[in-house]
Design a protein around this ligand. Structure first.
Ligand SMILES: Cc1cc2nc3c(=O)[nH]c(=O)nc-3n(C[C@H](O)[C@H](O)[C@H](O)COP(=O)(O)O)c2cc1C
Length: 202
């Protein structure tokens, strides 16, 4: 029997019971219902050193630093789909998630070509399916955070397809409404049943 398709969930929220965690759990449920395997990384629980911008041609592997990111590279390399979740903090993703994102610069590194010029060379084909899950105040946009996540997803061989967002009043602590949880669950299911994107010929 073939291996199940793997969904990597990257949770950038601080609360295991927060709005983002609730929506990510719904994504995971949908993915499992569709026969997928789910691997979760919680950025707040991880030991991740900040990117030190080691420069072009740094290493034949991934990062020159070695910490909890080693497992993230391995998981994403074999992932069928990647879903990133984060509440909006000061118009972008949370700090711990940003550490994880920055450390993925090495997946599409700048390399010196034979003629001495520099160019970006992705290590992974852009075949993975991907999405963003977020929660924020209904008084502020989430599109800046979405832009960061979409840039990250592109860098790690994934194509963003949708954002499931819960913009809400500050006093609304009831959590995302049932229809949004249902949408997140349908997203998880769809990501797993959809075939990988075809690898683009460079
Ligand atoms: C440090 C901090 C910064 C925040 N900055 C923003 C912001 O810039 N824009 C926004 O819409 N909400 C902001 N919020 C509100 C959260 O995004 C919002 O409460 C979200 O629903 C929390 O998600 P959670 O329940 O998963 O933790 C901020 C909250 C905190 C704690």
């Amino acid at each position: 029997m073939s291996e199940p398709r793997r969904l990597v969930l990257i949770d950038g929220g601080p609360h295991a019971t927060g709005a983002v965690a609730t929506l990510l759990e719904a994504v995971a449920t949908g993915a499992r219902e569709a026969g997928g395997a789910v691997q979760v990384f919680r950025a707040y629980d991880m030991r991740i050193a900040p990117c030190i911008a080691c420069g072009p041609d740094a290493t034949p592997g991934y990062c020159v630093l070695h910490d909890d990111m080693d497992a993230v590279y391995e998981a994403m390399a074999g992932a069928h789909a990647i879903v990133v979740g984060s509440p909006v903090y000061f118009d972008t993703v949370t700090g711990p998630l940003k550490l994880l994102i920055d450390r993925c610069n090495c997946v599409t590194p700048l390399v010196t070509l034979g003629d001495g010029t520099l160019d970006l060379r992705p290590k992974w084909a852009r075949t993975r399916r991907a999405a963003f899950v977020t929660a924020c105040s209904d008084q502020h946009p989430y599109e800046f955070a979405e832009r960061t996540v979409r840039g990250f997803l592109k860098w790690v061989g994934a194509k963003w397809e949708e954002t499931v967002a819960w913009p809400h009043a500050d006093e609304d602590t009831a959590g995302p409404p049932e229809e949004l949880n249902a949408r997140a669950r349908a997203l998880g299911r769809r990501l797993i049943v959809s075939d990988p994107h075809p690898a683009e010929v460079p």
